[in-house]
Design a protein around this ligand. Structure first.
Ligand code: 5GP
Length: 200
């Protein structure tokens, strides 16, 4: 099968979802991959951070050494990359993940940070970009409830969240995750109408 033309503007089935840690992104992503009315293929990002317990290479992330990640950058394998949370860890979307989705006639579904999303918007101006927010009081509570991060990491994530929210206006859609089912169905409606307009 031939590789779809990543530069063809008619062929830009790309969905980007961003939102602060604790906005419920992961749960929403899991629900969308089951319930979406359009075919979505979750892009598996590459990262230099270490796997958490239960995380699987090639499913949750491609866990790369710093050296391999930088070699990938030198070889122009990435659509975008960013150092997320000032953590020193790199995260990036591989071009091959977009190709994988398009070869499958699916939307490439990218769950990435704001910096990465701004880069994707430049390359794919028609990308469907969604910023997920959480009612303020819920936010820190969810982050802490996860119980996997140190206080220092939590503080960094809170600071990143505060700065990321400033970019919400750059996204085509802002969805408030006040109630899971409602937020999921709002995103499903967005995807359905975007699919319809692409097919029109
Ligand atoms: P975590 O370390 O908790 O899995 O992910 C942390 C953050 O990295 C999330 O906010 C997510 O949006 C971001 N992220 C994951 N993959 C990518 C990627 O490929 N590119 C960019 N720019 N950010 C990513």
């Amino acid at each position: 099968m031939s590789t779809p033309d990543r530069t063809n503007s008619d062929f830009q089935r790309v969905v980007v979802l961003s939102g602060p840690s604790g906005s419920g992104k992961t749960t929403i992503v899991n629900r969308l991959t089951q319930d979406s009315p359009v075919k979505l293929l979750k892009s598996v990002s590459a990262t230099t951070r270490k796997p958490r317990p239960q995380e699987i290479h090639g499913e949750d992330y491609y866990f790369l050494s710093d050296e391999d990640f930088r070699q990938g950058l030198a070889d122009d394998l990435f659509i975008e990359h960013a150092e997320v949370f000032s953590s020193g860890y790199l995260y990036g979307t591989l071009k091959s993940e977009i190709d994988r989705a398009w070869q499958d006639n699916a939307w490439a579904f990218l769950e990435i940070d704001v910096e990465g999303a701004l880069n994707v918007m430049q390359q794919y101006p028609n990308a469907v970009t969604i910023f997920l927010t959480t009612p303020a009081e819920e936010f820190e509570k969810r982050l802490r409830a996860r119980g996997t991060e140190s206080e220092e990491v939590i503080q960094k994530r809170l600071a990143t969240a505060a700065s990321e929210v400033k970019y919400a206006g750059r996204y085509r859609y802002i969805v408030v995750n006040d109630e899971l089912d409602r937020a999921v169905s709002e995103i499903c409606e967005i995807l359905k109408s975007e699919e319809t307009s692409k097919n029109a």
